[in-house]
Design a protein around this ligand. Structure first.
Ligand code: SF4
Ligand code: SF4
Length: 456
């Protein structure tokens, strides 16, 4: 019998085609996971699928169940696999239970048949796109090393044609992190989305050369640098807080706002005090602690041998989730923005604190800068919300208060702290310059109101 109380709901990322993908994005951490299953065909069987859907439903005390598909590339399974999944949801549905089906895809294999199915079953689709073509094609390539932008756009336009709900996921890497405004405006104005997720690429240099295990304390060139990531978030935030509050939804900002308002949950596991309720299931029914820990040490078991709920509430998984809080170094415990950061994801905690303690998050400097920058505006936002005023009122107030930055920026020295309050160096924050490009701004109408597809 389970020793720990069952949670109302869980989130399981399912990988029906394992790590296989039709693309070969240069930073993909999952492609090497194929090595975990030598000689596998990487296709979830009908037996595993039915067992999975049944156990997922049985693991819920809540009437809302998210069925999340990811990869590798989940569309490699073909539409009929997902038709079966819907059938099994109906077969095992409890009275009053509703399902939200989500899928994170590169979008390149979508066609009219796919989109009709997705629309009919009210899927929420997350499309991975890294910005305009010159940024997207730098890393998101096919197996012949050709850029995939045109194919992704074709899939995206099909989703729009069939009015399938979608949001966009941008991986922030060492290249595109220098183009925050260009990416944000492209997503908003050219692609017409309202929901954006930014996921930092932190790719460790594993001494054995493969990414099956997360080892090593250096990162690849493709990885985003901490200050670079902080600056990216700050520059997008500066545009959002002046123009787009209530119109555009950036997952990181939404999560931070919830933490500033003290709502109890940010909605993003990385910014929670503890985790452990976001698991990953492989094509053969192997259940892992998390999508970012699909490694032998974090294999909880297989659903054909043990019920999913027993593994979720096991001491092993409970400890995994609580370690996120219990393993924080003193530097984080003393941090003034810990309430918003909570040390982010344990997978990124591989550097030392200034006093030499292990376990500091690689992205710390960036997150600290970002959270300091948003502190004032989000205090104002919180006051507005508590007094029943619309969040969008913050834009005029912030614009008024921040007018003095213009003068302060003009006087700032490159190595001094940025006047914006981030505590980053001016030259790494608002003093950073990139050659200007000509842009045209076309505002598109977007219709999405559902939160983003969760990817981790
Ligand atoms: S992504 Fe990181 S924070 Fe989220 S559940 Fe996994 S280990 Fe925990
Ligand atoms: S900002 Fe840095 S010090 Fe503060 S909680 Fe996050 S990782 Fe720890």
């Amino acid at each position: 019998m389970p020793q720990n109380p069952p949670p109302p709901r869980i989130h399981v990322l399912s990988k029906p085609s394992g790590a296989t993908c039709n693309l070969a994005c240069s930073y993909c951490f999952f492609l090497d996971k194929e090595l975990l299953y030598p000689n596998s065909k990487f296709r979830m069987t009908d037996e595993v699928l039915e067992n999975y859907i049944r156990q997922l439903i049985e693991s819920h005390r809540s009437s809302e169940v998210t069925v999340a598909w990811q990869g590798g590339e989940p569309t490699l399974m073909g539409v009929d696999f997902y038709r079966k999944a819907i059938e099994y949801q109906e077969k095992y549905r409890k009275p009053g239970m509703t399902f939200e089906n989500t899928m994170q895809t590169n979008g390149t294999l979508l066609d009219d048949e796919w989109c009709e199915f997705l629309k009919e079953n009210n899927y929420l689709i997350g499309i991975s796109i890294d910005g305009p073509q010159h940024l997207h094609d730098a890393h998101r390539v096919d197996k012949g090393s050709q850029g995939t932008f045109d194919n992704v756009m074709r899939g995206l336009r099909l989703l729009q044609k069939h009015e399938v709900e979608y949001n966009l996921l941008v991986t922030v890497n060492g290249l595109n992190a220098d183009y925050p405004r260009e990416i944000y405006r492209f997503m908003r104005d050219e692609l017409g989305t309202k929901w954006i997720q930014f996921i930092p690429i932190v790719e460790r240099v594993n001494p054995d050369g493969f990414n099956v295990y997360q080892l090593g304390n250096t990162v690849t060139e493709r990885s985003v640098r901490p200050e670079q990531f902080g600056r990216f978030l700050i520059q997008v935030f500066d545009e959002w807080i002046r123009d787009d509050v209530g119109e555009m939804f950036v997952q990181t900002f939404e999560a931070a706002a919830r933490n500033w308002m003290g709502l109890g949950s940010s909605g993003m596991c990385v910014f929670e005090e503890t985790c452990g309720l976001g698991l990953a299931i492989e094509h053969n029914g192997d259940l892992y602690s998390c999508d970012h820990f699909v490694e032998p040490d974090y294999l909880l078991g297989n659903i054909k041998d043990e019920h999913m709920l027993e593994m979720v509430v096991s001491d092993e998984q409970t400890k995994f989730g609580q370690d996120k809080r219990d393993s924080l170094p003193q530097y984080c415990l003393d941090c003034d923005v810990r309430f918003a950061c909570h040390g982010e994801c344990p997978k990124n905690r591989f550097i030392e604190t200034p006093s030499g303690d292990p376990g500091l998050n690689y992205l710390c400097a960036g997150y600290k800068g970002f959270f300091h920058r948003i502190n004032e505006p989000f205090k104002i936002l919180t006051m507005l919300m508590r007094s029943g005023r619309p969040a969008s009122d913050v834009m005029a107030i912030v614009a008024d208060r921040e007018a003095h930055f213009t003068e302060a920026f003009a006087k700032a020295k490159p190595d001094e702290q940025c006047p914006c309050g981030s505590q980053m160096r001016y030259k790494d924050c608002h003093g950073w310059q990139r050659p200007k490009r000509r842009r045209k701004r076309r505002r598109a109408v977007a219709s999405l109101a559902r939160p983003p597809v969760r990817v981790s």
